[in-house]
Write a protein that binds this ligand. Structure first.
Ligand SMILES: O=c1ccn([C@@H]2O[C@H](COP(=O)(O)O)[C@@H](O)[C@H]2O)c(=O)[nH]1
Length: 242
């Protein structure tokens, strides 16, 4: 049966995931309306998730959109397992957990406990706001690219469905996970846009050329005066790169 999240080929518009980092569901819904048919896949993270975003996720799924819950779970195994079970029942398509083996194993148990769930798990390897100095400061002796590789291999062995990394590591991750697992990359910036707190930044075209399945874009779209126009240009840039 074809994988709904990884059809061959993935429609170019579905490759863009818009990060709805808004203060309320109302604000997010206004953005979605402005985006119109330029976007079909939305990410809900801490800001919106803790402010009514999970109910919005259910409404978006019911309306036919794809939803990525970027909740980056990390806790004792039992808590992660039960949390993933609750989230799997919401009908969302993607959920992040941090790429710690205990956490990933628990998340897989939670995913597998909910029959018929469409939920796919993504392991966050190393946040795109980290460079080697940040990893060192956090106590890791390995450079970011090595840490991403170690965590990707663990995720693959444990049965996680996809990897979150920067597109700077996408080609290396693709070699490690093969063609079927998802690679999702935040830290995407159209040429010339403000990088903000992101450190491992790549353009939409370069990400696609590196073998990424989906790019995540927040502020370049949400802070734009014409979010629909920016989204359309990003999709066109990806189409040219394919
Ligand atoms: O490594 C990671 C994991 C998640 N994110 C999330 O993606 C978006 C990026 O937003 P921008 O405004 O385009 O920077 C945001 O919701 C992060 O929480 C990430 O950036 N890096």
């Amino acid at each position: 049966m074809p994988d709904p999240l990884k059809p061959d080929p993935i429609a170019v518009r579905d490759r863009l995931i818009v990060a709805l980092d808004m203060a309320s569901p109302g604000e997010a819904e206004r953005l979605i309306e402005r985006l119109g048919d330029s976007a079909s896949f939305y990410k809900i993270g801490y800001r919106l998730g803790y402010a009514g975003g999970l109910a919005l996720a259910e409404r978006l799924v019911a309306g036919g959109a794809k939803v990525f819950l970027d909740l980056k779970l990390h806790d004792i195994g039992n808590t992660v397992e039960e949390g993933v079970q609750s989230l799997a029942r919401l009908g969302a398509h993607l959920l992040t957990v941090h790429a710690y083996p205990q956490t990933m194993r628990a998340a897989v148990r939670g995913r597998d406990a909910v029959a018929g769930s469409a939920l796919r798990l993504l392991a966050v390897t190393v946040l795109t706001s980290y460079d080697d100095a940040d990893a060192r400061e956090a106590g890791y002796a390995l450079p970011v690219s090595d840490l991403v590789a170690v965590r990707t291999l663990a995720a693959r062995e444990i049965g996680i469905d996809g990897i979150v990394c920067a597109a700077t590591e996408a080609a290396q991750v693709r070699d490690l996970v093969g063609p079927d697992r998802l690679i999702v990359t935040p830290g995407i910036r159209p040429a010339g846009s403000d990088t903000g707190d992101q450190k491992r930044v790549v353009t939409p075209a370069a990400a696609i050329r590196a073998g990424v399945d989906h790019i995540v874009v927040g502020r370049p779209i949400t802070a734009a005066s014409d979010p629909r126009g920016v989204a359309q240009r990003i999709v066109a840039e990806m189409a040219d790169a394919l």
